[in-house]
Design a protein around this ligand. Structure first.
Ligand SMILES: C[S@@+](CC[C@H](N)C(=O)[O-])C[C@H]1O[C@@H](n2cnc3c(N)ncnc32)[C@H](O)[C@@H]1O
Length: 206
């Protein structure tokens, strides 16, 4: 079921989860509260870290990933409902979530600006956006190397780009960044941001 990447995702990520990502997920998701929407939940790697959410609506477009996420949804400490959906076309009303979460997903979504505009639309004014992403490095030579590797990386890793500037895009969408945590020389960044109370449209919305 699914492609090679979908079938082997958890196994490939295991060492990185243990050394870096698990602790970042734990810290970031400790503030995921109320009605939580997760974008591109994959196999449900975040579900075990939700503690303060009243409910998690976990969206994911890939059937093979959703099937694996179902197992983790049953084991979670909070209720998790799974919805098959693309992050750029969310089947939810405006301002319907307290927190929107995306981890290692804005690297893969073909149109990340459209997905962030959707996140803006569905989160309540004053609500949170919590992201954990790998991003384009600040070091110019390393960033060039990421640019060079990206086409091959995309082919192997289900469309994942190594060189996205996701933290900047969050800011450009209109979210207010409250805190950033960087690891591995800035390769991984956890962003805690908020939709301001008093602006009704995102910067990228028409
Ligand atoms: C690298 S995996 C990350 C999975 C999970 N969020 C995690 O932290 O382990 C990227 C995920 O993004 C999903 N994805 C790809 N395009 C998407 C889109 N347009 N909308 C929502 N999710 C998407 C993929 O199906 C995949 O599950």
């Amino acid at each position: 079921m699914g492609n090679w990447f979908h079938r082997n995702y958890d196994r490939m990520m295991g060492p990185l989860e243990k050394r870096v990502l698990g602790a970042m997920r734990r810290r970031l998701l400790s503030v995921a509260e109320g009605e939580v929407l997760e974008l591109g939940a994959g196999t449900g790697a975040n579900f075990a870290y939700y503690r303060s959410a009243s409910r998690v609506t976990a969206t994911e477009p890939e059937t093979a990933m959703l099937a694996q996420a179902e197992i983790r949804a049953r084991e979670a400490a909070v209720p998790v409902r799974l919805v098959q959906a693309d992050a750029t076309r969310l089947p939810f009303p405006d301002a319907s979530f307290d927190t929107v979460v995306g981890t290692l997903v804005f690297c893969t979504i073909p149109d990340p600006a459209a997905a962030l505009a959707e996140a803006w639309r569905v989160v309540k004014p004053g609500g949170k956006l919590l992201l954990l992403e790998h991003v384009r490095l600040r070091h110019p030579l390393l960033a060039k190397l990421q640019d060079w590797l990206t086409p091959a990386w995309m082919a192997v890793c289900d469309g994942c780009r190594l060189n996205r500037r996701t933290a900047e895009l969050v800011h450009r969408t209109g979210f207010e960044t409250l805190e950033e945590e960087e690891r591995v020389g800035g390769l991984f960044v956890a962003v805690r941001a908020a939709r301001p109370q008093h602006r009704s449209t995102s910067s990228t919305a028409t």
